[in-house]
Design a protein around this ligand. Structure first.
Ligand code: EPU
Length: 423
C-alpha cells in the first residue's frame, strides 16, 4: 500500500552542530525478544522509538507478556504471564526480527509457531542456518502455510557450525541455547557489536555466554534467568549515516553518544576520501573543507565495511572526484536505490553486485522513492547534498530504523519536512 506522506528536503546547506545517537535498532530487536527468556521482570533502556520496537511491543503483549513502554525512557517487560507461542502473519510481517521470537519461545517453552518474517526486500534472506541450529539443539522444525513451527521436548547443548556468517542465525540460536541443557558452541559466529550487546544482556540476567565478538561463542544453558535493567548500545548504522551526511553536505558535525571503535571501517574510508574524522571516547567529529576523492568499497561482515552503510555511502560517492566501485557481497538486491540516485543526476552503472559510480559535480533534487530502510537513508543523504528540492516517497521505510530523524537533521540546519501527499 503506498504511503500517505512524503519527505521534502531542500538540499545544499552544510550540516553543522552536535547530534546525539539513539539506541541501536538491530540490538534492540534482539534484546526485546530475549526478555521472554527471563523468569522475572526486566527493564530495557535506551531503546529507539522506531516502528520495529513498537511492533515488538505489540507482539510481546499478544503472547501474554505485560509490557510497560515509555518511549525514550524505558521498557519494562514482565514475561511471567506469557503463555502464547504463536506469532501470526500480520505481526511477523511488520519486521524482519520477528524471527527472533522462534529462538526466544523455543528457549522459554519449547514451542514456537511464527509466520515468516517481513523486513527489507534486499535479497532472498533464507533462514536455513537458524533452523539448522535449532535442529542441532534437538528441536523439530517444519514450515507449513508460511509459518515456521519449532518444537522440542528438551533442548540440549550442541556444536553448531554455520555455513556462512549470519547475524540473525547467531542471535537466534544463542537465544534458544541459553535455556538448553549443557553447553552449545557456535562456530563461525557473527561478530557484530549487537551480538556482544545481546550476550551482555543475557549475562546480566545470569546466563553464561562467553566469546561473543569472536567467531566461537560458548553458551552454557541456565534454567533460571533473573531480572535485570539493561541499556542497549548506540546505533552503529545511525552513527554512520550521520557521519556520511556530514561529509556529503561539506559540513562539520559532532556525533555524540556513539562508540567510535564500532565505526572504524567507515572512518577509514572517509579518511581515504579526504574527509576529516576525529574521535574521543564517545563522540566523532566529521568535517570536510575540500572536495572528496572516489574510493572503492566492498561490504563485509564485521569488522569490515557494513552492508547497511553501503547505500548511504553510495550517495556520498556520487559527487566524489573520480570513479568509485562498490561491491555488495552480503545481499543480492541491495542496489535498488541506484536508479533513484540516477534520477537525481548521478552517473552509476550496475553490473550484477557491483556498482561503478563516476563522480559528478552536483546532484539535483528530484522526486524519488525509498524501496527499503537503507535505500531511504541513501536518498536522505542525496537529498541533503542535492541542489533544489527532493521529495522522498515511502518515507515510512526510514521510520523503521531512524528515530526522530527529521528533528535531528533540522537541528543541524537541514531544511526537511514531511507533507501529506493529499495536500
Ligand atoms: N543467510 C542464509 N541463511 C541463513 C541466514 C542468512 O543464507 O539462514 C545469508 C543471507 O541471505 C545473507 C547473509 O547470509 O546473504 C547474511 O545474512 P544475515 O543473517 O547476517 O543477515 P540478517 O540477520 O538477515 C541482519 C540485520 C540486517 C543487516 C544484516 C547484516 C537485523 C534485524 N537485520 O540481517 O539489517 O543488514 O544482519 O549485517 O538485525 C538493516 O538494518 O537495514 C538490515 C537489513
Amino acid at each position: 500500500m503506498p504511503g500517505k506522506e512524503k519527505m521534502v528536503i531542500v538540499g545544499g546547506s552544510p550540516l553543522e552542530g552536535e547530534v546525539h545517537v539513539s539506541g541501536g535498532k538491530n540490538t534492540s530487536v534482539a534484546v526485546i525478544p530475549a526478555t521472554l527468556l527471563c523468569d522475572e521482570p526486566c527493564t530495557i533502556e535506551n531503546l529507539p522509538d522506531i516502528d520495529d520496537v513498537r511492533a515488538l511491543v505489540d507482539i510481546l503483549r499478544s503472547l501474554g507478556a505485560v509490557v510497560d513502554y515509555e518511549p525514550g525512557e524505558f521498557m519494562k517487560v514482565d514475561p511471567r504471564p506469557a503463555n502464547g507461542y504463536q506469532v501470526g502473519y500480520r505481526d511477523a510481517q511488520r519486521l524482519r526480527a520477528s524471527y527472533y521470537l522462534i529462538g526466544a519461545l523455543l528457549g522459554r517453552q519449547g514451542r514456537a509457531e511464527v509466520a515468516f518474517p517481513g523486513g527489507c526486500k534486499i535479497g532472498q534472506r533464507p533462514i536455513d542456518q537458524h533452523l539448522k541450529g535449532f535442529n542441532a539443539l534437538g528441536a523439530e522444525t517444519d514450515e507449513r502455510g508460511g509459518t515456521i513451527i519449532a518444537e522440542a521436548e528438551e533442548l540440549n547443548g550442541s556444536d553448531v557450525f554455520f555455513d556462512m556468517v549470519t547475524v540473525g542465525g547467531t542471535i537466534n540460536v544463542m537465544l534458544a541455547a541459553c535455556k538448553a541443557m549443557g553447553t552449545t558452541v557456535l562456530h563461525n559466529a557473527a561478530k557484530e557489536p549487537h551480538i556482544v550487546d545481546l550476550a551482555n544482556f543475557l549475562n546480566s540476567m545470569g546466563a553464561n555466554v562467553r566469546g561473543a565478538g569472536t567467531d566461537l561463542i560458548r553458551i552454557k544453558g541456565t534454567p533460571y534467568l533473573h531480572g535485570s535493567t539493561y541499556a542497549v548500545i548506540p546505533d552503529q548504522i545511525e552513527t554512520g549515516t550521520l557521519m556520511i551526511a556530514a561529509a556529503a553536505t561539506h559540513g562539520d558535525v559532532v556525533i555524540t553518544g556513539c562508540i567510535p571503535t564500532h565505526m572504524e571501517a567507515l572512518s577509514a574510508k572517509l579518511l581515504e576520501m579526504g574527509v576529516r574524522v576525529t574521535d574521543s571516547d564517545d563522540a566523532i567529529r566529521v568535517r570536510i573543507s575540500s572536495a572528496h576523492r572516489a574510493v572503492n568499497v566492498k561490504t563485509q561482515v564485521y569488522p569490515g565495511f557494513p552492508t547497511d552503510l553501503q547505500q548511504p555511502m553510495s550517495a556520498l560517492l556520487t559527487t566524489a572526484h573520480g570513479t568509485s566501485i562498490i561491491q555488495e557481497t552480503i545481499f543480492e538486491s541491495r542496489f535498488k536505490h541506484m536508479d533513484e540516485l540516477i534520477r537525481m543526476g548521478a552517473q552509476i552503472r550496475v553490473v550484477d553486485r557491483t556498482a561503478i559510480i563516476e563522480g559528478v559535480p552536483q546532484l539535483l533534487g528530484a522526486p524519488v522513492t525509498a524501496t527499503d530502510l537503507r535505500a531511504g537513508a541513501a536518498l536522505l543523504v542525496a537529498g541533503l547534498m542535492a541542489k533544489g528540492e527532493t521529495e522522498i516517497y515511502e518515507p515510512e521505510y526510514i521510520d523503521r530504523g531512524y528515530e526522530h530523524i527529521e528533528k535531528k537533521l533540522r537541528a543541524l540546519g537541514a531544511s526537511i519536512r514531511r507533507e501529506s501527499i493529499e495536500s
